[in-house]
Design a protein around this ligand. Structure first.
Ligand SMILES: O=C(O)[C@H](O)[C@@H](O)[C@H](O)[C@H](O)COP(=O)(O)O
Length: 239
């Protein structure tokens, strides 16, 4: 496989694979290794994952890893404000693909709570996260071709709040008109302190979007993923 041309800033590492399964296995190995190292020096570790379609093989590979999963906290970086029975539910995706096998013993924190809107559910969701191991140890992000990550969407009226480094909030409600559902998301201020961050992408379109994001790194509100393009990031990509 011809490795794609990607001019990354100093400190950002690219991990390319010929297939989504190969990259998923690499990412699962990396994440399991990082969580294991944390569990050797800390009572618990935390892992925040993205929804969408890309993560599925990663979830399945990670779920089989030998770890003290009972000491691992797992949550989503965002959620569509739908019931778990809805096909659009990220919670449903994580429960069906990651919280299985060895990883079934992990402690899952649900962003989706009662309430007609994410705004109505924010207090309950924050209460759910009170016992979450902080700061995040591992953060796995996806990206849309509009440059969103988590549910930090460029067209969300609440984006400036969600991206503010002055924010002391862990969660924010987002109502991007481009999306079918209202969203709840971890804030940039909370996510950017994660100890290990990986950007997990699949397809040439995502590579082109990443190149565009890299071309103007300071314009974060135009492409929120830019907030994570900094030293220490590892980009996992397959065709
Ligand atoms: O709820 C979501 O949709 C995700 O959290 C979102 O941020 C996702 O990571 C990107 O939209 C990429 O999605 P795909 O992996 O499906 O391309």
């Amino acid at each position: 496989m011809k490795m794609p041309e990607l001019d990354l800033p100093q400190g950002i590492e690219a991990r390319f694979g010929a297939t989504p399964q190969q990259v998923a296995a690499q990412l699962a190995d990396t994440v399991a290794g990082f969580l294991q190292a944390r569990l050797e020096i800390a009572p618990r570790a935390s892992l925040a994952v993205s929804g969408g379609s890309t993560p599925l093989p990663f979830f399945q590979a990670l779920s089989h890893k030998e770890l003290d999963w009972g000491r691992v906290d797992i949550l989503l970086v965002d959620e569509r404000w739908v019931e778990e029975t809805d096909d659009a539910s990220n919670t449903r995706l994580v429960k069906a693909n990651l919280l299985q096998n060895n990883a079934a013993a992990a402690r899952f924190f649900s962003l989706k709570q009662k309430g007609d809107t994410p705004e109505d559910g924010l207090a309950a969701a924050n209460a759910e996260l009170v016992k979450l191991t902080r700061p995040l140890d591992v953060l796995i992000l996806g990206m849309g071709n509009d440059g969103h990550t988590a549910s930090l969407f460029p067209d969300a009226p609440e984006l400036a709040h969600g991206m503010s480094l002055e924010s002391r909030e862990t969660l924010a409600a987002m109502t991007p008109p481009s999306q079918a559902h209202q969203r709840i998301t971890l804030t940039y201020a909370f996510m950017h302190r994660a100890r290990f961050v990986a950007l997990h992408l699949k397809g040439d379109d995502k590579l082109d979007t990443l190149k565009k994001a890299l071309s103007e790194p300071s314009r974060m509100l135009a492409m929120p993923v830019r907030g994570f393009l900094k030293p220490g990031l590892q980009v996992f990509w397959s065709p």
